[in-house]
Design a protein around this ligand. Structure first.
Ligand code: ZN
Length: 316
């Protein structure tokens, strides 16, 4: 893994690829938290919490987040974060939809990318993923891929169709072998967004995860759509004017259980959105004369930091 680092052209010397961190997490029976960000304040909050908690962290961006910030601003923010970070830091592309976008990110110094060709059929997914792995190798960057499909709330019901979208354990082993990826995102019942089903019901199929682990062995698996959607955080938003209904996430206990069966990277986006938004709403509502953006963005930054700390605390 480290032998291909000779060509290193990462954005910043303090940035690391994800591979070693994920394997370390596996052997330490824990996971690395991956947080999506869209601005400087979110990154401030994440890095402060990571430094305080002495936890490595994966900073990740979706394609739409790259579009929103602009690649140059994004790179400047992450370079600054790498200067400030006292723990290992990864810059990762979340859900790259093509070889081209993965290449663009690697060319811009990302240390890790996800190629999400999970909507293609198995063989096509393998061939696109392989192409990204081959390219990333030249730079020492890590590659995450996905097998299976995550659902929104409308598909959360326990139907055969949903089961058919779960990651197939045997296919997972073949996929890893044929592509040479660093980590694999699995579909085991979680979903993106704030509505992950009905509160109180288990949303992760630990059975399926156990079967996958049996087939793939000690290999880093990734849990997408893994926000917990804490009731108190949603209530704070709603108290100050939001209308977030039927919000429901993954219990921390389920997350901890999943880590026992190979989940080494946990993606969190919605929890930070709710924390950030709740703090802004409260500040604007309780201080109606405020016009200095720093007043409410400072509160959002603090809220993100507290949420990241809470996520760290939820890990085994
Ligand atoms: Zn995802």
């Amino acid at each position: 893994m480290i032998d291909s680092w000779l060509n290193v052209t990462f954005l910043h010397k303090n940035l690391a690829p994800a591979g070693q961190l994920l394997h370390d997490a596996l052997s330490q029976k824990t996971a690395v938290m991956a947080f999506n960000f869209v601005n400087m304040e979110v990154v401030h909050g994440i890095i402060s919490a990571a430094n305080e908690g002495r936890r490595p962290v994966i900073l990740q961006v979706s394609q739409s987040a790259i579009k929103y910030m602009g690649m140059n601003y994004l790179k400047a923010i992450v370079s600054a974060a790498a200067e400030e970070s006292e723990t290992p830091l990864v810059l990762h592309l979340d859900h790259g939809s093509s070889f081209e976008i993965c290449k663009l990110c690697i060319d811009n110094g990302f240390t890790s990318v996800m190629i999400d060709a999970s909507s293609l059929d198995f063989e096509d997914n393998i061939s696109v993923t392989r192409k990204v792995v081959e390219y990333a190798k030249n730079f020492g960057a890590s590659v995450e891929a996905e097998l299976g499909t995550l659902h929104g709330i409308e598909d959360e019901v326990d139907t055969p169709r949903q089961k058919a979208k779960f990651t197939d354990p045997v296919e997972a082993a073949i996929f890893i072998e044929k592509t040479g990826i660093t980590s694999l995102a699995v579909a085991i019942g979680t979903s993106h967004g704030p509505n992950k089903g009905i509160r109180g019901k288990a949303h992760i199929s630990i059975d399926r995860l156990r079967q996958i682990k049996n087939e793939v062995g000690e290999f880093p698996l990734v849990l997408h759509g893994a926000s917990s959607i804490y009731e108190d955080a949603v209530e704070l938003c709603n108290k100050y004017g939001a209308d977030i209904r039927d919000a429901c996430g993954i219990d921390d206990a389920d997350i901890r259980e999943s880590v026992k069966y190979g989940i080494a990277k946990i993606n969190v986006d919605t929890d930070l959105r709710i924390a950030f938004t709740g703090a802004i709403r409260r500040t604007l509502e309780t201080n109606r004369s405020v016009i200095d953006m720093r007043e409410y963005l400072k509160e959002s930054t603090i809220a993100v930091q507290a949420m990241v700390t809470r996520k760290f605390a939820s890990l085994p």
